[in-house]
Ligand binder design. Structure first.
Ligand code: HEM
Length: 351
């Protein structure tokens, strides 16, 4: 199993399900089938992107890809409906347990987050919010909820999993930067085994720079589409109303005028003193504006916590540091075609 699949399985798939959807258990067979079809599904979307005739519905429906797409959709729907069913059952049980207090309000530890030393109120899972709203709002049918669940799971799964894999790959290729992150982690945690929490983020500055440099080098949503609702002046050009514009974020992130030597991994570019004067839209891995990534905060939180903990306990290296950098392929988001193979060893300071 390559690093991407491994991380996909543990982090992308389940942490999202357990946090956004509030789900821990579940039917493993349905879960595994779901994780198995995501790549195939993405490949079909890309095929339709590159072959315009497949965007004509009836042609697509008659094609082999159309057939495959329907079978994948059935697997995905079974998974999403299972997530909703399990959560609804739990929601009802908790409601019945305490008629005066809804499951939405009945939160563990009296509403405080058990893992976080700050007494921050624990937020209800995204799916709980939808289920609670659906009780008073019949338009929010199971199908609408399923569509929301699928959007979140699809948008949040491969993006985060690829960023984990890309970060570990880059840091393995650049042991000098890995050491700087490890030194920073040692300053913050010393020999303590306590988990990393959001309270530590302000001190994990170099880790943040490495995450940002990963998102710059391997911008995992490199192309974005926008339709233009009215004539738009862009420099010397007028973009006419009705056209679709393809935004090449990868190109912006590799513009040598903004990022000198753009193909090199240089996390220090993102230190505050080196970012002065850089346009805020020169770095937009989560897009920008009203349709930017709704999961940005969650993704950054997850990346910091998981990567900080991984680097505290494990060392990542590659068998041939001089080999050229892996070029990922585009399957809606980026993926390493042949995986990113790493050597993982336990750090000696850990008992
Ligand atoms: C490293 C991780 C992630 C990256 C780089 C990323 C990137 C993006 C980008 C660039 C977009 C805008 C796409 C466009 O404009 O066409 C987007 C949209 C979106 N993302 Fe993320 N994302 C990440 C993680 C997540 C996570 C963890 C979630 C959910 C928990 C999520 C949920 C969404 C949703 C729902 C949208 C659609 C928003 C809308 O259309 O209004 N993303 N993401």
């Amino acid at each position: 199993m390559g690093m991407f699949q491994l991380i996909c399985f543990f982090c992308g798939g389940f942490s999202l399900k357990e946090t956004s959807m509030g789900q821990k258990s579940g039917n493993n067979e349905i879960k595994e089938k779901y994780l198995g079809i995501i790549e195939g599904f993405s490949a079909i979307v890309m095929e339709r992107f590159l072959k315009p005739w497949l965007r004509i519905k009836w042609i697509f429906n008659l094609s082999r890809l159309g057939q495959l797409s329907r079978s994948y959709a059935a697997v995905a729907d079974a998974f999403y409906y299972q997530v909703i069913k399990e959560r609804r059952e739990l929601f009802q049980q908790e409601k019945e347990k305490n008629a005066n207090q809804s499951a939405f309000e009945k939160l563990p530890n009296g509403g405080l987050d058990q893992d976080d030393p700050i007494d921050a109120p624990r937020r209800p899972a995204f799916l709980d919010t939808l289920l609670k709203t659906a009780e008073e709002n019949p338009e929010l049918t199971d199908q609408v909820i399923k569509d929301e669940v699928s959007l979140f799971m699809l948008a949040g799964h491969d993006t985060t999993a690829f960023t984990f894999a890309a970060f570990l790959y880059l840091i393995a290729k650049h042991p000098e930067h890995q050491q700087l992150v490890v030194d920073e982690l040692h300053q913050v945690f010393g020999d303590s085994n306590r988990p990393c929490t959001s309270n530590d983020f302000a001190q994990l500055k170099y880790l943040d720079c490495c995450i940002k440099e990963t998102l710059r080098m391997y911008t995992n949503t490199p192309l974005m589409l926008r339709s233009i609702p009215e004539d738009l002046q862009a420099g010397d050009f007028t973009l006419p109303k009705g056209v679709t514009v393809l935004l090449n974020v990868h190109a912006a992130h590799h513009n040598p005028d903004i990022y000198p030597d753009p193909e090199s991994f240089k996390p220090e570019r993102f230190l505050p003193e080196n970012s002065i004067g850089r346009h805020p839209y020169a770095f937009v891995p989560f897009s920008a504006g009203p349709r930017n990534c709704i999961g940005q905060k969650f993704a950054m939180y997850e990346l910091r916590v998981v990567l900080a903990n991984l680097l505290r306990w494990f060392r990542f290296s590659v068998s041939d540091p001089s080999a050229p950098l892996e070029t990922p392929t585009l399957l809606i988001v980026l993926k390493f075609k042949n995986g990113a193979r790493l050597i993982v060893s336990r750090r000696s300071n850990i008992s």
